[in-house]
Design a protein around this ligand. Structure first.
Ligand code: NI
Length: 178
């Protein structure tokens, strides 16, 4: 396993819609999955999408604290409901966090690394946020596109006195960096 360099905002690959993974039964794809997991862990992120390591494929990993890593191959959102405001970061936008609008509840279908289809139904909290964030990456979307206001971005670790009020307490207290 190898730690890969993470591409930062400004690189056009982050804005490209990705291609489907033709097959998981491929040593290059399997190695990429291993490397993405290693890279996510090393960077202390809760998710990482293939474009962030320079590969324009529909592939992402999500590693929630104390949970097995989810490998999402060709994922799609089945359903989303509700709206909430949560603070979010991204490994490709280092040093910043932003207040964004996300869904309350998200259901996703994907293939795992063996090619078997699975579903994550009714995810909430940080998991729902991470799933939306990583699948956005596969469509060239960054959390910057979901800011509640154009000035809802701030330097990480800097508190802003007049920060917009969060309507619903964010369960994502550990924060999202994907
Ligand atoms: Ni991200």
């Amino acid at each position: 396993m190898a730690v890969l360099p993470i591409i930062v905002v400004g690189d056009p690959i982050l804005r490209k819609r990705t291609r489907r993974v033709p097959t998981v039964h491929d040593t290059t794809v399997q190695r990429l999955i291993d490397d993405m997991i290693e890279t996510m862990r090393t960077a202390h992120g809760v998710g990482l999408a293939a474009p962030q390591v320079g590969v324009s494929l529909r592939l992402a990993v999500v590693g929630m604290p104390e949970q097995p890593v989810l490998v999402l191959v060709n994922p799609r959102v089945l359903r989303r409901s509700g709206k909430r405001q949560v603070e979010e970061g991204c490994l490709s936008i280092p040093g910043y966090v932003g207040l964004v609008t996300r869904s309350v509840r998200v259901s996703v279908a994907a293939l795992d690394r063996t090619g078997a289809e699975y579903r994550v139904l009714g995810a909430t909290g940080l998991l729902a946020q991470a799933l939306e964030h990583e699948i956005d990456h596969l469509n060239g979307i960054l959390y910057l596109d979901h800011l509640v206001a154009h000035d809802a971005l701030r330097r990480a670790g800097v508190e802003v006195a007049d920060h917009p009020v969060i309507e619903e307490p964010a369960p994502a207290t550990v924060g999202l960096d994907g």
